[in-house]
Ligand binder design. Sequence first.
Ligand code: UDX
Length: 443
Amino acid sequence: MKIAVVGTGYVGLVTGTCFAETGNQVTCVDIDERKVQKLINGIIPIYEPGLDVLFNRNTAEGRLKFTTSLAEGIEGAEVIFLALPTPPGEDGSADLKYILKVAGDLGQLLKEYAVIVDKSTVPVGTAEKVHDYISLGAQVEFDVVSNPEFLREGVAIEDFMKPDRVVIGTKSERAKAVMSKLYAPLVRQGNPVIFMDERSAEMTKYAANAFLAVKISFMNEIANLCEKAGANVDDIRKGIGTDSRIGKRFLFAGIGYGGSCFPKDVQALAKTAQEYAYDFQILKSVMDVNAKQKTKLLPIINQHFNGDLKGKTIAVWGLAFKPYTDDIREAPALENIQALLDAGAKVTAYDPEAMDNVKNVFGNKITYAHTSYAALDDADALVIMTEWPMFRTPEFNKMNLLLKNKVIFDGRNLYELDQMNELGYTYYSVGRETISQAVEQAV
Ligand code: UDX
């Protein structure tokens, strides 16, 4: 099939590349000339494991192309994906200006029947709006379909190629047939393509992300209570996660969720509820809990240093909002680093992928270490913000030689309590007992 993908951000690029991989002829369109030029030159603007292999193969074989011209990109396309940004407006609702602009342009440009697909996460009712905007100029038949993405950064290729499910919102039989054909190679193992109306598909995306945010925040609250009640949240997680009604995943307590989706989508769903005069109390609590959770280590760090962080050097491991990405949007590390700086501390940070992005935020206000160990050199304590696997089994002997004090504030519960005790660390984590050494060992 010939398809077009409008918007070469994270979702658009993954969608375009993966559909090229399943044998389609894909043209990606973006108004950003520099970005398109880079893509034409083989430079991928985002870090996503596995994307490069697929990208290189499909560009080399001529199935994946890039252009700044919408007219050229949609020429002969049976399906046109809209993967455009929907930034939160001042009131928290998703801003549809980019999508509706392209919808208006498509109305003028369509020469034959096409299925226009909303891939971006958009509020309930957007497919209808897109339909109206295209209708203003369209001389041909077309359908608008809502087909939300459920891609996790870091494993987006796998999520795309082997989806748990594909949700397709349309009442048009013609569009259903086109979309079924396009997705057929991805659901061969029998994972379902679920058809529903446009509004339900739009709501499904928000409901999925909000539910996962609820799950995380619930565990974070249980963790906070565990700290007070002397229980261990890791055990609670195992104890409840084995109940198939609850499930093992997304029960990890820590310093809150971040990223480009959960915070934005929870906020946008709350806004939708407000528009329909529905008091969605759980969502309000989730936002509240997460905001507090992100900085929950700060008072603990402060107390450990008796309220005086001036001149202290704090090593920070992990800057990205989660492992396997360079994305720092809504990453807890940012707020925490800023607070440490405000308190007069010096910060030396390390992240395997996100350092360049963080340089754009903090510039030379913090030090960037070349390796995780270099970050520890002469540091008064280590703070862990992201659970990169390389931080899970470090060489403690090496760490002991570098750190000034054996003190770790772990926002992601990477280590066992017994292990920390044996190694002589003062160890603060989330939802678990604090390991204090009678006399803090200077090394
Ligand atoms: C999410 C959804 O998973 C995906 O389906 C959607 O399309 C986009 O949003 P993503 O933002 O890439 O994907 O990250 P995800 O792996 O879902 O993690 C989100 C956040 O939750 C991260 O900050 C992560 O650290 C946090 N998290 C996750 C926890 O704090 N605890 C957990 O148990 C799981």
